[in-house]
Design a protein around this ligand. Structure first.
Ligand SMILES: CC(=O)SCCNC(=O)CCNC(=O)[C@H](O)C(C)(C)COP(=O)(O)OP(=O)(O)OC[C@H]1O[C@@H](n2cnc3c(N)ncnc32)[C@H](O)[C@@H]1OP(=O)(O)O
Ligand SMILES: O=CC(=O)O
Ligand SMILES: [Mg+2]
Length: 569
């Protein structure tokens, strides 16, 4: 095991003995594995840029994270999130964001996926308008995945990326026409424990943003952005002060690159409950750099549970029942559309969880139909585009959007949704309706453990029971179990009348582990990290205090410092 310092991460190594070393600027220490390809990303100049960002913004980030803690305390003491009276002038003011760059006017279908090499090529060739390359929900942030991801994105932006699938003897290359690339860095909360700056682990998202921006801004603007860009997605913000930090980071990056202010554009995911009350404020802070908001529905549900962790009157029903038809979810989507269109930017829809079912045409058609229905609701509500988890879904989603957009690339000017101006705090907080069942508890457990086992072995998005599962959906499973255990809820939906307690949960865990082993097979079960995942998941579900993020604790298990002799692994 690694030896932890006072901040929870291994202390930086004093030097590098044996093997090649990165050429680092003053105060930077790279503790991840070295290879010649990685060294092309971790250049002295790129690291200097990351270190400059870290030094300039670390106090702002620390403050923003302290504010999150204060807000959590307020909610835990019975407070509710709501609109901030101090920024009423922003919500009521008549201002708009900078015009949408022509390169990304049409974003009807955006495919998302991790930065794995073959998937990057497939996504760019998929026929979607945009590919969101993900360092976040869909990626397990191991050193290998992250830096390999940067190699892949650089090759993609340079147009030189290729991949040889030896088993199938198939070579993957980019088509002439490709999707426009957006990149989603990690959330503020995750450190990058393989890069130390001034003795502390770097902020994960500054590493993701800084390395990508440094290496790609020029080529991207030439080949993809028609003179603007690069483009980003920004996850998991809770307050506009966090958007203000991003805005300053963008200005700092533009200055370094010598490009015009407002070149970088970002879509912010509204995927925390506190952020839904800050949508105008977030757009306002980013008004020169914004290209919309997105309904990150899965993290939003997770955040609803987390925000109300001390409110037993706001327990949610079985996870499968919390869809966009719930009043609080519909209100969130309606207000997001109204806010974006009033400010002149895209209102993006979210991810349907269904994926193609290859070996069962009937089930496949049923899954596709659910996706179509979800997308039809989005486009009719006024969304300008949406997400697709898998290339196989793109034709159906594209058809729904093109058939309902009146030959226009977006609906910013045609679907104002003034009716949504009446969405109230109560609408946005309304308790979801539905029942709780033993199967809900079992499914959360089965899915949560399998997802975590995949994440620990380097895969951040997986197909489970014909649905896409990623960090956000796994979080729902975890916090829902925690909530049900904490308040000993009655499972009122299956006539069994059982109450959730440690005994029952212990039995469920045992039985679901047996089921997982049966389903994946003994050999895979033994080789995989199911037992470790089970330990982490169970601890988090039964902890007296709810952990903020599943991936924070789990991250410690995927940090691998090199050379091995120095890191005491
Ligand atoms: C809550 C949120 O944040 S949502 C956004 C984050 N989540 C995501 O981005 C999920 C992205 N999707 C995926 O990772 C995958 O589609 C999964 C894990 C859900 C399903 O994966 P699989 O079952 O392995 O897919 P499947 O075997 O059907 O893949 C078929 C082909 O499509 C490709 N493919 C599948 N999904 C994607 C994708 N999102 N991007 C690019 N290519 C993809 C595969 O690489 C494979 O290519 P090949 O035929 O050339 O080998
Ligand atoms: O990031 C998207 C989500 O739904 O969470
Ligand atoms: Mg998310």
């Amino acid at each position: 095991m690694m030896e932890f310092g006072t901040n929870g991460y291994a202390a930086p190594a004093a030097g590098r003995k044996g093997g090649a070393a990165y050429d680092v600027p003053e105060g930077v220490d790279i503790r991840g594995r070295y290879d010649a390809e990685f060294a092309k990303i971790l250049t002295r100049d790129a690291l200097q840029f990351v270190a400059d960002l870290q030094r300039e913004f670390r106090n702002h980030i620390t403050y923003a994270m302290e504010c999150r803690k204060e807000a959590k305390m307020r909610f835990n003491n019975g407070g509710l999130p709501g609109f901030d009276p101090a920024t009423r002038y922003v919500r009521e003011g008549e201002w708009i964001c900078a015009p949408v760059p022509p390169a990304v006017a049409n974003r009807m279908v955006e495919i998302t996926g991790p930065t794995e090499r073959k998937m990057v090529i497939n996504a760019l060739n998929s026929g979607a308008n945009v590919f969101m390359a993900d360092f976040e929900d869909a990626l397990s942030p191991s050193w290998e995945n992250l830096i390999r991801g940067h190699v892949n994105l650089k090759d993609a932006v340079d147009g030189t990326i290729s991949f040889h699938d030896k088993a199938r003897n198939r070579v993957y290359k980019l088509n002439d026409q490709t999707a426009k690339l957006f990149v989603r860095p990690r959330g503020w909360h995750l450190p990058e424990a393989h890069i130390f700056i001034d003795g502390e682990p770097a902020t994960g998202c500054l590493v993701d943003f800084g390395l990508y921006f440094y290496h790609n801004f020029a080529a991207f603007r030439r080949t993809q952005g028609a003179g603007s860009g690069p483009f980003f997605y920004l996850p998991k913000m809770e307050h506009s002060r966090e958007a203000k930090i991003w805005n300053s980071i963008f200005e700092r990056a533009e200055k370094m690159a010598g490009i015009e202010n407002g070149s970088i554009r970002a879509t912010v995911l509204i995927e925390t409950l506190p952020a839904v009350f800050q949508m105008d404020e977030i757009l306002y802070e980013l008004r020169d750099h914004s290209v919309g908001l997105n309904c990150g529905r899965w993290d939003y549900i997770f955040s609803y549970v987390k925000t109300f962790q001390a409110h037993p009157d706001r327990l949610i029903p079985d996870r499968v029942l919390v869809g966009m038809n719930q009043h609080f979810m519909r209100s969130y989507s309606d207000l997001l559309i109204r806010t974006c269109h009033r400010r002149g930017v895209h209102a993006m829809g979210g991810m349907a969880a269904q994926i193609p079912i290859r070996d069962d045409p009937v089930a496949n058609e049923a899954a596709l139909e659910l996706v179509r229905k979800d997308k039809l609701r989005e486009v009719r509500a006024g969304h300008d585009g949406t997400w697709a988890a898998h290339p196989g879904l793109i034709p159906a989603i594209m058809e729904v959007f093109t058939n309902n957009m009146r030959n226009s690339p977006h609906q910013i000017h045609s679907m104002k949704r003034e009716d949504a101006a009446n969405v109230t705090e109560e609408d946005l907080l309304q308790k979801p309706v539905g029942v709780r069942t033993m199967e809900g508890l079992r499914l959360n457990t089965r899915v949560g453990i399998q997802y975590l086992a995949a994440w620990l072995t380097g895969t951040g998005s997986v197909p489970l029971y014909h649905l896409m599962e990623d960090a956000a959906t796994a979080e729902i499973s975890r916090v829902q179990n925690w909530q049900w255990l904490k308040y000993g809820v009655e499972l009122d939906g299956d006539g069994l009348g059982l109450k959730v307690n440690l005994d029952l949960f212990g039995r469920v865990v045992e039985e679901e582990m047996v089921r997982i082993e049966r389903e994946v097979g003994q050999e895979r079960f033994k080789k995989g990290m199911y037992r470790e995942a089970c330990k982490i998941f169970t601890r988090q579900c039964t902890a007296p205090m709810l952990d903020d993020f599943l991936t924070l604790d789990a991250y410690n298990r995927i940090v691998i410092h090199h050379p091995k002799g120095l890191s005491k692994l």
